[in-house]
Design a protein around this ligand. Structure first.
Ligand SMILES: Nc1nc2c(ncn2[C@@H]2O[C@H](COP(=O)(O)OP(=O)(O)OP(=O)(O)O)[C@@H](O)[C@H]2O)c(=O)[nH]1
Length: 400
């Protein structure tokens, strides 16, 4: 990014909701690059809101039948009543059969269905209204049907969406309105077509801001909830959630997933001899080193105390052993006495170790870490090919 465009970007980012920092601001623009944990949580929120709104509209839509029957010509009000009952049943079906998945794609699918039902109802009701010339109170009630697109656009505001996503939903609605106006396909005598179009653009803009603000707030809360405040690594609870997600994905796609348990050696002596602050510092440096050395998609979890879990998606056991060997050679930091900080590491991969559950994978890596401790610490234990048994890497002696 050039200096000028970077400055412009920072200025723009300064205008965005203050809950997110600069590096996270791009997450408000597009779903690309969101961490799977965030996608999973966002998908669940979207699905829950789709179901809630569907339930609300399943109840509210048929209630207006009474008003139509009292005010509109009888034939028209019955036709509209049928359309309302069909829409209400569709909303009810959506509420009943659409479940809380954690895939963003399925969440978008739910939103499409939620917006498709009133859109179809809008088209049908307008075709019916076009056949009647309404006057007085009937005309006023008929005009109410023309407000549905405004309600749809405003309704977007209840979802935590990125700018691209909210535009993806709003633009087709705006385009349809534009097309309808050009074809003079309207039952409402708006003072000005462009006036009503501009109003819809404004509503879509405000809704997009509301979507982004919700997303920003959500990102801030998720970041606070999922991170360990000392090291910035994922907390154990969120780490379990990420591992479960990644294991499900890996098993579905038959792609490798490696986990490594990393336990610092003789960590207690750092605390005992140099104080808790020195221990904290060692933990922070180790977390920084691991994050710096490994791939962007790898996830570091603080499992507890001086124990870390590293999740390596799309990585075979031998690739993981290679990457971890490089990390150990580069160094995990220094102890306060200047000696290299070392760790005992246990590695397991679901396909090569023939496990079909993330908990088993974890237990295997954990038991191999203990094997590394028992074999003298400062080493990595994985599994070579079945017939070769344990693979013990040599101890690392080089300082960081
Ligand atoms: N400074 C600091 N120490 C911690 C933290 N969490 C746990 N510890 C300490 O980590 C130490 C872990 O000690 P042990 O389980 O005996 O492990 P170890 O000394 O590394 O010994 P081995 O694992 O057998 O090599 C304990 O003294 C804990 O108090 C933390 O957040 N900060």
């Amino acid at each position: 990014m050039s200096g000028l465009s970077r400055q412009l970007w920072l200025k723009l980012v300064g205008l965005l909701p203050g809950e997110v920092n600069h590096s996270e601001a791009r997450w408000l623009l597009s779903p690309h690059g969101h961490m799977p944990l965030m996608n999973g949580r966002r998908a669940r929120i979207i699905v829950n809101r789709v179901r809630l709104v569907a339930c609300l509209f399943a109840i509210l839509t048929p209630l207006w039948i009474v008003v139509d029957l009292l005010v509109l010509p009888l034939a028209l009000s019955w036709q509209l009543a049928v359309a309302r009952i069909v829409a209400s049943l569709a909303f009810f079906g959506l509420h009943r059969h659409y479940r809380a998945y954690s895939s963003l794609l399925q969440a978008w699918g739910g939103m499409v269905c939620l917006f498709a039902i009133p859109s179809v109802f809008y088209v049908v009701s307008h075709l019916l209204l076009l056949n009647h010339h309404l006057e007085g109170i009937s005309a006023a009630i008929g005009t109410g049907y023309a407000f549905l697109p405004f309600v749809l656009l405003a309704g977007l505001a209840i979802f935590p969406l990125t700018l691209t996503e909210s535009l993806g939903f709003a633009l087709p609605a705006l385009a349809a309105h534009m097309l309808g106006g050009m074809l003079e396909w309207t039952t409402v005598d708006w003072p000005s077509f462009w006036g009503s179009f501009w109003l819809q653009v404004l509503i879509a803009g405000v809704a997009a801001l509301a979507c982004i603000s919700q997303l920003a707030f959500m990102i801030a809360l998720v970041q606070q909830a999922v991170r360990d405040p000392l090291t910035g690594a994922f907390s154990r609870r969120s780490g379990e959630e990420v591992l479960e997600l990644q294991a499900t994905l890996a098993m579905r796609c038959q792609s490798p997933l490696c986990v490594a348990f990393i336990d610092i050696d003789h960590f207690k002596t750092i605390n005992d001899h140099y104080g808790h602050h020195a221990g904290d510092l060692a933990l922070q440096v180790l977390a920084e080193r691991v994050v710096d050395q490994l791939r962007k998609g790898d996830v570091l979890v603080r499992w507890g105390g001086e124990e870390f879990l590293l999740l390596l998606p799309n990585t075979t056991a031998s690739q993981a052993v290679h990457a971890l060997g490089r990390l150990r050679q580069a160094g995990l930091g220094l102890r306060p006495d200047g000696q290299p900080l070392t760790a005992s590491i246990g590695v397991a991969e679901w396909q090569e170790d023939s496990v079909n559950d993330w908990r088993q994978l974890l237990e295997l890596a954990d038991s191999r870490m203990y094997q590394a401790k028992q074999s003298g610490r400062n080493r990595l234990v994985g599994r070579d090919l079945e017939q070769h048994g344990w693979l013990l890497s040599p101890a690392v002696s080089a300082a960081a």
